[in-house]
Design a protein around this ligand. Structure first.
Ligand SMILES: Cc1cc2nc3c(=O)[nH]c(=O)nc-3n(C[C@H](O)[C@H](O)[C@H](O)COP(=O)(O)OP(=O)(O)OC[C@H]3O[C@@H](n4cnc5c(N)ncnc54)[C@H](O)[C@@H]3O)c2cc1C
Length: 431
């Protein structure tokens, strides 16, 4: 009997957990053939990208090799960029893979599936604001976060040069959602740490970080009291928070805020997300306003029950006319629901309905240092937590992802290695 082919495209917060679970349950026992496709060789959990950008996390140490993970967990890995879909023939098309020098190393390919899961995440939405695509950096991928880190170190070096006339390093972050707020705080602490490694004192006076938000307050998705507390902490660090301020354009020297020009050497765009444009009408599938693939209560795309969508690229309606938010916890919950549903389909059982459970949101304003604090809310904003408890809860989010990938024992070993690294390695990535 031929084994059912389960194809998962996108090895992020949702897709990699799903591939691991199905690989362990079905692949290892020869009950199904599971393939994971990703455009990158390695995985890094996306909520860590702002730490990659500031250098507080070294991607070389924390990334996971898809190929090694696949071999250990009973699935196949295919490197490639998802480039098209043929629903009638149940095929996914992958673009060719090129070496850095331009040589083609893998030709364009087609992969067959019986069940397809799309888990390709989201990209920043710049709403076609002029100049933003050219001049702002996005934190959508590890490559972009690394690019920001290189620019940041160059900017520090320039500032450090005795002959350089600049007195301050101006960084503008557009969007005061979780990404923008966490990045601002992390940058401040990275600056303080850089001082230890021979850079000039970049705190307060010389580092000038502005967070620009079009809405009336920061962290619009979180309860107001958490936003107020977070804003106070940011301002204590020295961050300038500007609400009710719209960015109308970006240029090589900064941001245009209506008639005002805000000078900045580094600009980060973190204001809203959308699913990648090519998902729009992908072989006739239905989308919402931000390109997400519409799914039913079982997370199958509305027009094709053989295709599931999970995570940021899925448009999953909630009863109150909202959508399941684009968060790691949503991707995690969707991955486990789809794993159960695929197992149910293979066993001829009925599928379960997906119910999103909001476990609250945590905003890390600092990973280390004396100005660190954390806020969070639990279950519907009923409880605010901060300080050490919130820190532990925040770290546990990543630990749960690691448990889903490696199991408890290996997660504990990885955590121990991370602790040792904190003693034996520099606290920041300095190159
Ligand atoms: C800086 C930052 C901080 C965040 N902090 C938090 C937080 O604290 N808490 C929280 O809950 N959420 C947070 N988020 C949001 C969270 O990261 C996402 O909601 C989550 O990662 C979505 O998971 P996913 O599996 O849908 O997509 P992703 O994790 O983005 O994975 C998508 C995968 O698809 C691959 N891919 C994309 N396009 C293609 C293609 N064409 N072909 C092949 N592969 C492709 C990518 O390489 C990637 O591996 C943060 C996001 C950012 C950027």
């Amino acid at each position: 009997m031929t084994r059912p082919r389960i194809l998962i495209v996108g090895g992020g917060a949702g897709g990699l957990e799903l591939a691991t679970r199905l690989g362990n349950k079905l692949g290892r026992r020869g009950k199904a053939h599971i393939t994971l496709v990703d455009r990158n060789h390695t995985h890094i959990w996306k909520p860590l990208l702002h730490e990659v950008a500031t250098g507080t996390l070294d991607i070389e140490i924390d990334q996971l090799s898809y190929r090694a993970h696949a071999a250990a967990h009973g699935f196949d890995f295919q490197l490639g960029r998802f480039d098209g879909l043929n629903r009638q023939q149940q095929k996914v098309i992958l673009a060719p893979v090129f070496a850095d020098e331009g040589e083609e190393v893998l030709a364009a390919r087609e992969l067959d599936y019986d069940y397809l899961v799309l888990a390709i995440g989201s990209v920043s939405n710049h709403f076609n604001t002029p100049g933003v695509a050219e001049h702002c950096i996005f934190l959508d991928s590890p490559a972009q976060a690394q690019r920001f880190h290189r620019h940041l170190l160059d900017a520090y070096l320039k500032l450090n040069s005795p002959r350089h006339p600049k007195e301050t390093l101006n960084i503008a972050i557009v969007g005061a959602g979780a990404t923008g707020v966490e990045l601002a705080a992390e940058l401040y602490h990275a600056a303080a740490e850089l001082n230890l490694y021979g850079f000039a004192d970049l705190r307060k006076a010389r580092l000038n970080i502005s967070v620009i938000e079009a809405g009336p307050r920061i962290l619009p998705a979180l309860p107001e009291r958490i936003a107020i507390a977070a804003q106070k902490e940011l301002e204590k660090l020295g961050v300038k928070v500007r609400t009710n301020t719209k960015v109308t354009a970006a240029n090589s020297t900064g941001l245009q805020l209506g008639s005002e020009q805000l000078d900045a050497e580094l600009m980060v765009w973190a204001a809203g997300i959308k699913a990648p444009d090519f998902l729009h009408h992908l072989d006739g599938l239905e989308n919402n306003r931000i390109n997400q693939l519409l799914v039913n209560s079982k997370l199958q795309t509305t027009l094709d029950s053989r295709i599931y969508a999970i995570g940021d690229c899925a448009g999953c309606p909630l009863p109150d006319n909202k959508w399941v938010p684009p968060r790691a916890q949503s991707a995690h919950q969707m991955a486990s629901s789809v794993a159960d549903n695929i197992l149910a389909e293979l066993n001829g059982k009925s599928l379960r309905e997906f119910t999103y459970k909001d476990h609250g949101s945590l905003i890390s304003l600092s990973r280390f240092g004396t100005v660190g604090s954390l806020m969070g809310n639990l279950v519907g904003g009923a409880m605010m937590i901060e300080g050490r408890i919130a820190r532990l809860a925040y770290i546990s989010l990543y630990r749960m992802h690691q448990v889903a990938l490696h199991g408890w024992l290996k997660m504990l070993v990885i955590s121990l290695v991370a602790r040792i690294n904190r003693i034996v390695r520099p606290r920041l990535k300095l190159h």
